[in-house]
Write a protein that binds this ligand. Structure first.
Ligand code: NI
Length: 168
């Protein structure tokens, strides 16, 4: 069973590889990620976060903890961005016990494959745009704390170091 990789694990800096064949292995990975995300009550989860370097993410902006609400994107790419928005109190399953405001684009234009490998193109705004920018960042080895000031990031890093010392 897969589990969530957390900061400061270096794997989170990995760039995901495109999925060439959407096959049974992909479906198995999707199934496992859906379970992990529901258990963790997350809004989004990228494969990188469960230690798999494949370009795949699941997300759920309804937040009703229903399997049928989960959406899957394979090989997602942001083709265009528009405007700016402040994502308040953004958090991440891989960055426990920390939240921060992050500047994001207000609207994005996304190209991807759906869970069956069919091509998709769509526009997203609001919370959906924020969640997808966050998750697509993961697939490029970027965390939301990479978007905040080095001062705030430093505070979090020190806190994590202290906690790691305690558990050793
Ligand atoms: Ni995240």
């Amino acid at each position: 069973m897969l589990s969530i990789v957390t900061y400061p694990d270096k794997f989170l800096k990995t760039t995901a590889k495109s999925i060439i064949n959407v096959d049974g292995t992909t479906q198995e990975l999707i199934g496992q990620m859906e379970i992990i995300m529901l258990q963790a009550k997350g809004v989004g989860l990228a494969a990188i976060q469960v230690g798999i370097d494949q370009s795949l993410l699941v997300y759920d902006i309804e937040q009703e903890q229903k399997l049928s609400n989960l959406r899957v994107l394979i090989n997602p790419k942001i083709l265009g961005k528009e405007g700016e928005t402040l994502s308040k109190n953004e958090g991440c399953l891989s960055v426990p016990d920390f939240r921060a405001d992050v500047k994001r684009s207000a609207k994005i234009f996304v190209e991807a494959l759906d869970r069956h490998g069919n091509p998709l193109q769509f526009e997203a705004d609001g919370i959906k745009a924020v969640v997808l920018q966050h998750e697509i960042d993961h697939l490029n080895g970027i965390l939301f704390i990479d978007h905040i000031s080095s001062l705030k990031r430093g505070l979090y890093k020190r806190k994590v170091k202290k906690q790691l010392k305690k558990t050793r």
